[in-house]
Write a protein that binds this ligand. Structure first.
Ligand SMILES: Cc1cc2nc3c(=O)[nH]c(=O)nc-3n(C[C@H](O)[C@H](O)[C@H](O)COP(=O)(O)OP(=O)(O)OC[C@H]3O[C@@H](n4cnc5c(N)ncnc54)[C@H](O)[C@@H]3O)c2cc1C
Length: 229
């Protein structure tokens, strides 16, 4: 059995987990990202990257390199009804650096972020590693148990984040409920935010009034990285 230690363990290498792990590593926080599949090329999971996401990429200094990857850009959107074409959106008017939607398969987006994250020594990506349980001591989560092709892996850490997405393998956290994970994981501070899917959030971050809207826009991830740094 392999044992590793990290400040944070993120379960699930989708866009949420990958971006969070990137941000944590970038902020100097040791992070292990567990992804149960061998690659990101397994499933159609979307191919549009929206201007708001591209703006975040710009803020992170990634936009230029990202746009070097093969993609298509869409500046305007029309609906054709018979012979009539109606323009329904014009992204050129947006106050963002990228005034278009990018079409790029999600696996290319994830590969790009993974490559960038790997540049940070604090980042560790473990593919083919599926979280199967939590390590708990005195009622607090202290890490994750995972299975790999080479046997069991245990990750001992201060913070566990579940970002296992739309089709989570619930077994690794089926005995859990939100309150368990909203206390004691970040300097003992607790959160009572109205999270829509509480069982999917395992970290304890004190939320402010507008945190939920920040979370939606992705900025919350940056603040998490700053708090852990
Ligand atoms: C058909 C379709 C089209 C879409 N099109 C678009 C689009 O064009 N643009 C857009 O922005 N969004 C699109 N979306 C939405 C987008 O795919 C999701 O919002 C996004 O994938 C959610 O990211 P996530 O990281 O939360 O979860 P996911 O992408 O589901 O990632 C979760 C990851 O966790 C891993 N995992 C699960 N359980 C475990 C475990 N126990 N241990 C380790 N790893 C685990 C999974 O393998 C997966 O890689 C589309 C969705 C669908 C279904």
């Amino acid at each position: 059995m392999e044992k590793i230690q990290a400040r944070c363990c993120v379960v699930g290498g989708g866009p949420a987990g990958m971006m969070l792990a990137f941000l944590l590593a970038r902020a100097g926080v040791g992070v292990v990202l567990l992804e149960k599949h061998a690659d990101f090329l397994r499933d159609f999971r979307g191919d549009t990257v929206h201007p708001s996401t591209l703006e975040l990429m710009h803020e992170l200094g990634l936009l230029g390199d990202f746009l070097q990857r093969p993609h298509q850009q869409l500046e305007r959107l029309a609906v054709q009804i018979g012979d009539t074409r109606v323009w329904v959106a014009d992204f050129r008017r947006l106050p963002t650096h990228a005034k278009f939607i990018v079409f790029m398969p999600q696996w290319n987006f994830l590969n790009f972020l993974a490559e960038r994250a790997t540049a940070y020594p604090e980042f560790q990506l473990r593919m083919q590693t599926e979280a199967v349980g939590l390590i708990e001591e005195d009622g607090a989560v202290k890490g994750v148990r995972a299975k790999t092709p080479n046997g069991e892996l245990t990750v001992h850490c201060d913070l566990v984040v579940g970002s296992d997405g739309r089709q989570p393998s619930l077994s690794w956290r089926r005995h859990t409920h939100r309150k368990d994970y909203c206390k004691g994981h970040l300097n003992g501070k607790t959160s009572e935010a109205p999270l829509p899917k509480p069982s999917e959030v395992l970290c304890s971050i004190p939320l402010t009034e507008n945190s939920w809207s920040q979370l939606k826009s992705g900025l919350y991830l940056s603040s998490l990285a700053q708090r852990l740094a």
